[in-house]
Design a protein around this ligand. Structure first.
Ligand code: SF4
Length: 446
């Protein structure tokens, strides 16, 4: 067993990482699906969308060939409407709520239709918004992910001058760095950011990090308000022997590598074990397979019923040939000559629900060992608790406490996205940014 790169041919990499949900190839295909929509009153699909996109309205606009109107309807609710059409777990949101599910018929492909309109807008650089003249107020936003950019767009439209401080060399947050490459490419993310910022009044300062390059105090002296969209930090440690061995990587760094290097440059094991069952774990497992790993085991401490990923994501992992191991937790990473050779796991059973409301896992006393040369940790990310303490921002276990429309305990400081909710969907972050912008406008009396 060996961790190596350049396992597949260029053609194989391209095939494995091609768009998993290809767009409509022809207008007629989009129209056939759009015409199935019943344009429901009090539409459940809209109610299921965290940004409340008026789904029947934008679909009706596609039917009447008003594509600009359709894109505007989507963007008015969700400025990341193009990205969300590719990464949203629609089976548990809009499409999961579509009335056709009750009729045992396929739901309207809302995401694909949304992609149809929004990608036309971005590709065509359509001028859908006109920014008001600058009113002389300045807002600093920390983080150029979906929450930060959504807030920036809402503020800039109203004539606020926005500066975004982003710690990475590119914007987009987890959209750019943390999502499987077969869902969105970094190039697509950049096009979306360019389109969002094309209204003007938004400057992004890259490689600029709170706590390292500036403080909240310094921002307060130069800006009228601040919106924190700093996301969450590094992957949680497993805290088991052998974690320091060569071949143990964290899922966010692994996915970050896939999105910033050539596929042929990514090191991948023959036998990969992924710890966790969230969306990041699935993205890491499926991409390991697509990079050429012979065997991928996903290890999760509860059962399928309690899994955090969606059914569709789990199905994708299965279709990609990943093995799923339920009711197991890592006990020790085994190695030889400083390198991973396997992982010993505890077998678990479930007892009464824990404080999270889910059944709690319990050791059975039995163990098993898997052969592995690469272990990917995808057990959730730690919040920036220390940073929040230093900056005197009230939080609960690292999640920023907000009240009354994204306000924090500090006057003029607002927050939204993963740093508040601990890590939900992109669409939730977009909504936080939207509400944050409205709240800041009210605070600035605009
Ligand atoms: Fe159309 Fe389904 Fe939404 Fe009804 S629930 S408006 S059929 S997409």
């Amino acid at each position: 067993m060996a961790i190596k790169n350049n396992i597949l041919s260029q053609e194989e990499y391209e095939h494995n990482f091609s768009d998993i949900h290809p767009p409509f190839e022809r207008l007629s295909s989009a129209l056939v699906e759009a015409n199935r929509c019943l344009f429901c009153y009090d539409a459940p699909c809209t109610n299921a969308c965290p940004t409340s996109i008026d789904v029947p309205q934008f679909i009706k606009q596609i039917v009447s060939r008003n594509e600009k109107g359709s894109a505007k309807t989507i963007f008015d609710s969700n400025i990341f409407g193009a990205g969300c059409s590719r990464v949203c777990p629609v089976e548990k949101l809009c499409e999961g709520a579509c009335v056709f599910n009750l009729l045992d018929e396929p739901p309207i492909p809302i995401a694909k239709l949304q992609r149809y309109s929004t990608e036309k807008a971005i590709a065509g650089k359509w001028d859908l918004y006109l920014r008001k003249k600058s009113i002389g107020k300045k807002v600093a936003i920390v983080g150029a992910g979906p929450a930060g950019l959504s807030c920036a767009h809402g503020l800039s439209l109203e004539g606020i001058d926005v500066t975004i401080f982003e710690k990475n060399p590119r914007g987009g947050g987890l959209m750019t760095y943390g999502v499987a490459a077969y869902k969105v490419t970094p190039e697509f993310c950049q096009d979306e950011i360019d389109w969002i910022t094309s209204i003007g009044g938004i400057e992004i300062k890259y490689n600029s990090m709170l706590g390292r390059d500036f403080t909240l105090e310094s921002l307060k002296t130069n800006y009228d308000a601040i919106f924190l969209a700093i996301g969450v930090g590094v992957t949680r440690e497993l805290d088991i022997p052998g974690e320091e061995l060569e071949g143990v990587v964290d899922a966010i760094n692994f996915i970050h590598g896939i999105r910033s290097m050539k596929y042929s440059e990514i090191q991948i094991g023959d036998k990969v074990a992924v710890i966790g069952m969230g969306m990041t774990a699935i993205d890491a497992a499926t991409q390991s397979k697509r990079l050429g790993a012979k065997e991928v085991n996903l290890i999760y401490r509860r059962t399928e019923k309690e899994k955090p990923c969606t059914d569709a994501e789990l199905e994708l992992a299965r279709l990609d040939g990943c093995n799923i191991i339920w009711l197991a937790s890592p006990a020790e990473i085994i190695g030889e000559n400083g390198k991973v050779t396997g992982i010993k796991c505890n077998k678990l059973s479930l007892v009464e629900p824990d404080s999270s409301g889910r059944a709690a896992p319990k050791l059975t006393g039995e163990t098993f060992t898997l052969s592995a040369d690469m272990i990917i940790k995808a057990t959730g990310q730690l919040p920036f608790s220390d940073l929040l303490e230093i900056e005197k921002i009230e939080h609960s276990k690292g999640k920023i406490n907000t009240f009354d429309n994204q306000k924090t305990n500090l006057s003029g400081v607002f927050a939204g996205g993963d740093c508040v909710n601990g890590g939900e969907e992109v669409v939730n972050a977009v909504q936080d940014g939207k509400i944050g912008a409205l709240s800041i406008l009210k605070y600035l009396c605009c």
